[in-house]
Ligand binder design. Sequence first.
Ligand code: ATP
Length: 360
Amino acid sequence: MKTYRIATIPGDGIGKEVVPAGKAVLEALARTNRSFAFEFENFDWGADYYRANGVMMPADGLDQIRDKDAILFGSAGDPDVPDHITLWGLRLKICQGFDQYANVRPTRILPGIDAPLKRCGPQDLNWVIVRENSEGEYAGVGGRVHQGHPIEAATDVSILTRAGVERIMRFAFRLAQSRPRKLLTVITKSNAQRHAMVMWDEIANQIAAEFPDVKWDKELVDAATARMVNRPATLDTIVATNLHADILSDLAAALAGSLGIAPTGNIDPEHRYPSMFEPIHGSAFDIMGKGLANPVGTFWSVVMLLEHLGEQAAAQQVMAAIERVTADPALHTGDLGGTATTAQVTDAVCALIEKVAVVA
Ligand code: ATP
């Protein structure tokens, strides 16, 4: 029997509620399955750790989780700690330290979910956004001079490298190729940004030649927002730079019905390091500690984690349970207009997983 070693990092806010819920789903799955098991180790890193130790995670933090098979992450963010500290001190440290250069964000309107687009049925919105996760606008290159003086200046320099763009384009074309429609939209802004984005377009052209069976087109990021709203069915797989995809994927999550449902994977496609899976929502301090957080985004992240481990049948088993639960309005949390609690949704998903016949 294979035992997968999973690091759980709940982080802050509702991360502390949804990550244990995700772990419960994996445990339920393991109980129905004879071919694999999980060994969990929890890490209490985040804003509380920062208050006690002055850092979001210990200096040797990456070494403590380097040999895990995957990481299940909650969120990082705290009203009393500046956002750039919570973000750069934990999540980005792991993403960059483990070169998780492909951030993958599937979006679908799940059964029973009331999505805001009037003319859009569930079949019209089935996207996966690939976000370049290692450089671009979030490369961290820049600085400030003359601080506090009237001539103060600050820069954030966006860096795109040929190697970085080639690998994310190749990943996106390959993902598009694996989906039924074999359709990729490359998001750009090369009309206004005359250097890096022009290279981005050139490399897209070059990599496209390796995938003759993938249909692809180019869209300016501003036009892409309108297309997502007005013609969602014309999109399938989407690839964009770090900042562009960050914005487009929040729009995608809202169009699919709720921030509480959307998952993401920070993936090292070469499997050199553990990849990290997390709901896209933040720490949501307004509902923290009340048992109201929607755990579905974390459960869908668990599905992505299982897919990454190569456990496709188990991933489908969890996804089927999620879809049965979202289809039932009595199991909707507050963000979906319902009154269900985190525990009720978690119990329902676990019960459905355990009801399904043993997989192997
Ligand atoms: P951060 O600063 O960490 O990004 P935030 O609170 O500013 O966090 P989010 O947590 O992403 O932003 O979400 C904004 C709002 O959406 C929350 O305040 C909360 O009301 C709602 N929300 C987000 N995620 C969930 C969830 N899983 N379940 C229920 N409501 C949610």
